[in-house]
Write a protein that binds this ligand. Sequence first.
Ligand SMILES: CC(C)(O)CC(=O)SCCNC(=O)CCNC(=O)[C@H](O)C(C)(C)COP(=O)(O)OP(=O)(O)OC[C@H]1O[C@@H](n2cnc3c(N)ncnc32)[C@H](O)[C@@H]1OP(=O)(O)O
Length: 233
Amino acid sequence: MAISVSPVNSNKVFALIESDSDQDKGGLFVSNNAGKTWSMVSGDNRLVQRAWYYIEVFTDPKDEDIVYVLSAPALRSEDGGKTWKRLTGTHGDFHDLWINPDNNKNMVIANDGGAELDEDNETKAIIITGNGEKAFVAGADISEFAHFDVSQGGELAAKGQELLFDFVENLSTPVIAAVNGFALGGGLELAMACHFRVAGVNAKMGLPETTLGLIPGYGSCHGNDTDRKHGDR
Ligand SMILES: CC(C)(O)CC(=O)SCCNC(=O)CCNC(=O)[C@H](O)C(C)(C)COP(=O)(O)OP(=O)(O)OC[C@H]1O[C@@H](n2cnc3c(N)ncnc32)[C@H](O)[C@@H]1OP(=O)(O)O
């Protein structure tokens, strides 16, 4: 079992309990009188499915009705544990959560893939689009790196991959590419790094750098784990 006392109301205590799974007796229980009496608020199986391994419950430091449960998925309730929404993330098996006591939008969650920082869980989605109708992103200005040698080219590609493409792909907030006009070279790769792509009727996509003998720098024509994860490229 796991226990969490609300930092804003010490009479409110949540207990996550695994019980006889054949009879579905486990789930989340709440006490509103510091543990004297208890009632079950949710028997959602997702809350206790990892109990054989670990089981974690956390109460928000600012709002006694916001509760988090870490399991194979990470789950959040905004109504005192009655209903649950799954948090998106880069990896399953969530083990620990830290919520900034002074700013409950700032949290760090740990899962089998590492730690993730969330500074704003009120942003439900991010849309990337071009300004105007001509281009989503026309790609890199090749004149800026035409003089690069092989190692400088490699460094540029590695840095861009990490700073932009991996960053976008690993965001826990869904990122949508609204492709309006040209999506060329790195612009097309940016759309590919997003979690969803929507193309307008004027969308034109391509990798024109290949006509110059350049291998696209950001993962569009060589596989990696992420490509396999999304499987939709
Ligand atoms: C980093 C890599 C190697 O991994 C991947 C890459 O991103 S490589 C770059 C891939 N992108 C391109 O090769 C696109 C090149 N541009 C074009 O093909 C055309 O410009 C166009 C199809 C986007 C638009 O054509 P058009 O309507 O005929 O307009 P233009 O007169 O050609 O361009 C207008 C204006 O925009 C400038 N421009 C265009 N593309 C880029 C770019 N990628 N970077 C910087 N600037 C760009 C172009 O130079 C013109 O500027 P001005 O002459 O008006 O100052």
